[in-house]
Design a protein around this ligand. Structure first.
Ligand code: BES
Ligand code: MN
Ligand code: ZN
Length: 506
């Protein structure tokens, strides 16, 4: 999808040639002298256009309007959420027709903000996205160009630029997440990361099995050992700030297929475990967006990528492995593999002396039970970091919800045979997984996003959502603008956590 931002007043919108004109009409719309406003006002008055978000009324060859098709759509109170709903519905209608170039007119909305434009662009991108890579005759989406029309450019240009970057990032994340596992192996994921390394200010480094063994990532290795596909450990760097600026580290779970291993999963819906690298895909998507926006910040992306397979070389329940941190782990369930690849990446992250570390993972079915597909699970013992992430979720309409991390949740991870077990009981599964990770994140400000419920949709609409790229991007961009003392507060809290953890260990 190609996007453009254009300034036109209402009269000029009527004369602008296009295949379609989508007009968002807010509650309380008062009308006006131009053909467009008159049409909207008449439709409301006659009771044929409801203004609830997403309610549609289509017209063809309307007198006084140059665009062939006109789609009037209710926009409710014109909140970002309602703009998204409205544009999504209207664009959906045009998908089946012959329109190639559509105007998305926001001129009738009151108090346009950068976020309004972003919401419109995101909805357009979302509604017209189509996965094609492994189809021999992909159904072509005709609609190819969307021109977002506003009254005044200056105020909303920043929102537009951000939206374009975000759309590119989300498209990349969806592409890799949607690919089946035989078209998205650890090696292919690493190749995608290398492609990103060609973009401005991005560097990519890829480690293979030998290097990972030498480093001592025994937990990561134990997951990968059952598969014929070699593991990859991907290190991405976006260098937008001075060398000495501490980076934010993003860690994405990159299990390119999760069979469960020896603790094998049931057959039903197992295909969806190709999505078990959505955390990794979101990291790739964020870097794509960073390349576009070039913000003044340093970001590191770490992706431990491998398959989780059963087999004669696979790790067995009861096996004890030594993680990069030195902590030994008893693998009681080989299906709790995400935490095993993440724990070594967390230890590795410390070497960057990070300002903050955020891991993103399709980690637990329990999180799907707890929060469904609406909000991602947010875990952090660092108040400032948790708040920043929650705020970014709100501002980007990519919501998350804070979950607890009381130490009592870690009781079930105790074992007689290693420092820690990789599973506790069934109860509170999303939290016990986070408690496991927390043991490896004592040396920095850390947060964990469990995206098991939000990263993809099942059923008819099966496919990746591109989440939480919007949340992560807003979080990073807010870090750029954060006052120095706000950054420092994250740091000092990290120091406090460190001290507290040292105390509990002693
Ligand atoms: N990738 C899964 C989590 C998952 C399951 C995400 C279903 C979305 C839908 C993860 O590796 C896993 O298998 N977790 C286990 C953990 C359990 C063995 C403690 C789970 O959630 O069942
Ligand atoms: Mn698993
Ligand atoms: Zn998994």
């Amino acid at each position: 999808m190609d996007f453009e931002l254009k300034t036109l007043n209402r009269a000029l919108v009527c004369t602008e040639k296009a295949d379609a004109l989508i007009v968002l009409v807010p509650e309380g719309f008062a009308g006006g002298g131009d053909a467009l406003s008159a049409l909207a006002a008449l439709a409301i008055k006659s009771g044929d256009l409801e203004l609830k978000p997403g309610k549609l009324l289509s017209a063809y060859r309307t007198p006084g309007i140059a665009a062939a098709r006109v789609v009037l759509v209710g926009a409710g109170d014109a909140s970002e959420k309602n703009i998204r709903t409205a544009v999504h519905a209207a664009t959906g209608v045009l998908k089946s027709g012959n329109a190639q170039r559509a105007l998305v007119c926001l001129n009738l909305l009151p108090a346009l903000m950068p976020g309004s434009v972003r919401a419109a662009v995101m909805a357009c991108a979302e509604a017209t996205y189509a996965y094609t890579t492994t189809k021999s005759k992909p159904a072509a989406v005709k609609l190819q160009q969307a021109v977002v029309v506003v009254d005044g450019l200056v105020e909303v240009q920043s929102g537009f630029d951000k939206a374009i970057a975000l759309a590119k990032g989300m498209d990349l994340a969806k592409e890799w997440a949607n690919r089946p596992a035989n078209h998205a192996t650890p090696t292919l994921l690493a190749d995608a990361a290398k492609e990103l390394g060609k973009l401005r200010r991005i560097k990519t480094e890829v480690l293979g099995p030998k290097e990972i063994e030498k480093l001592g990532m025994g937990a990561f290795l134990s997951v990968a050992q059952g598969s014929a596909e070699p593991l990859r450990f991907i290190v991405l760097r976006y260098e937008g700030a001075a060398r000495g600026e501490a980076p934010v580290v993003l860690i994405g779970k990159g299990i390119t297929f999760d069979t469960g291993g020896i603790s094998i999963k049931p057959a039903a819906d197992m295909d969806e475990m190709k999505f078990d690298m959505c955390g990794a895909a979101s990291v790739l998507g964020v870097f794509r967006a960073l390349a576009e926006l070039q913000p003044v910040i340093n970001v590191v992306g770490l992706i431990p990528a491998c398959e989780n397979m059963p087999g004669d070389r696979a790790v067995k329940p009861g096996d004890v492995v030594t993680s990069l941190s030195g902590q030994t782990i008893e693998i009681l369930n080989t299906d709790a593999e995400g935490r095993l690849v993440l724990c070594d990446a967390l230890t590795y992250a410390a070497s960057f002396k990070p300002r903050a570390v955020v891991d993103i993972a399709t980690l637990t079915g329990a999180c799907v039970v707890a929060l469904g597909g609406v909000r991602s699970g947010l875990f952090s013992s660092n108040e400032a970091l948790a708040e920043s992430l929650a705020r970014a979720g709100e501002s980007s309409q990519d919501l998350c919800w804070r979950m607890p991390l009381d130490d009592d949740y870690a009781e079930g991870l105790k074992t007689n045979f290693a420092d820690v077990a990789n599973v506790a009981g069934r109860a509170g599964g999303a939290v016990t997984a986070a408690k496991f990770l927390q043991r490896f994140a004592a040396d920095f400000a850390w947060a964990h996003l469990d995206i098991a419920g939000t990263a993809w949709k099942s059923g008819q609409a099966k496919g990746a959502t591109g989440r939480p790229v919007p949340l992560l991007l807003d979080f990073l961009l807010a870090q750029v603008n954060a006052a120095p003392d706000e950054k420092a507060s994250v740091k000092s809290k990290a120091a406090k956590t460190r001290a507290a953890v040292a105390k509990t260990r002693a």
